[in-house]
Design a protein around this ligand. Sequence first.
Ligand SMILES: Cc1cc2nc3c(=O)[nH]c(=O)nc-3n(C[C@H](O)[C@H](O)[C@H](O)COP(=O)(O)OP(=O)(O)OC[C@H]3O[C@@H](n4cnc5c(N)ncnc54)[C@H](O)[C@@H]3O)c2cc1C
Length: 319
Amino acid sequence: MKIAIVGAGYGGLSLCWHFLQHDGCEVTLIDANGIGAGASGASTGLLHPYPAKLAKRSLRAEEAMREAHALLEVAGAGVASHSGIVRLAMNNDQKKAYQASLPDAEFLDEEAVKSRFPKAISSGGLWIPQGKTVFSKPYLEGLWQACEKRGAKLHLQPLQDLKELDAFDAAVLANGHKILSFKECADLPLKTRHGQALVCRWPASEPPLACSLIGRGHLSLSEDPSLCLLGATYENTFDPKRVEALREQIGVFYPPARDFEILDVRRGVRIAPKEGYLPLVQSISKKVWVFTGLGSRGLLYHGLYGKELSLEIIKSLSH
Ligand SMILES: Cc1cc2nc3c(=O)[nH]c(=O)nc-3n(C[C@H](O)[C@H](O)[C@H](O)COP(=O)(O)OP(=O)(O)OC[C@H]3O[C@@H](n4cnc5c(N)ncnc54)[C@H](O)[C@@H]3O)c2cc1C
């Protein structure tokens, strides 16, 4: 079976790996710009089941975390920090929500937060022990290398017309927000949101953070302990003022962030379903599927939905 996957981000690489687990699948990955050139390369790497402000548990959280974790293992050592994540309560509504009994997270009162993060300001927090901070670039590179070892081919070229996919038995468009540029996909129920994050120097005078912290915005660990990431904006265009304001925004719950030295800016465009937050996975013709709409939960859902779509396509081709 000759399979084409357009897009080498979280979605495309997850699919690629899952197809390669089946005998007889020859996979060609097509990307205009290389591994992790889209939103996945800009991602600040938070992986946990409680992304909404009031910590409502994401649908299918347990299986999604399991599949994401399995892909991290495939990508090899050093691609993530497994030290958990803390969500700080920034108001009473959040505090109440975090105090509710959640299956795999624990409420921390103000004192417990202070003892772990002496410089943080909050009215308590939610400790998510299975939370991970994924170091996007090494992760994507590691996953690609594992796919390449299993025989996947990478074509560095833009796909301009879906007719170019005719030579394949099946194809998946996993090309993030650019999917909307194909006329066959222009009416899919999707919306885009730009996002930026700051790459900052972690001051030598500050003790290292034990894990990533979320307040209004977040402070993420980086693969390089002398750096950290401040994320992320949600906006209609890339506004330089909005990204600079992240230091002040994060300074509200972690005051030292106000003085962090900015080294770089990461930018990407998220694409999400118009309704809800589950990825958009469907066929648009007999041979072409789409896998997109990962929104802000790309890490949570790329493993599970990539695995399920690969199985669905293999089944359809075997009939
Ligand atoms: C600043 C920021 C921070 C984020 N932080 C997090 C986070 O902490 N946790 C989380 O889970 N999610 C986060 N996200 C969201 C996450 O990045 C996305 O959900 C995810 O990257 C989507 O992956 P994807 O594979 O669908 O698309 P993308 O990563 O955008 O990949 C699409 C690929 O397709 C290629 N491409 C596009 N068009 C074509 C074409 N015509 N021909 C060939 N190739 C093409 C591009 O070059 C690109 O490599 C963040 C996003 C941003 C912007």
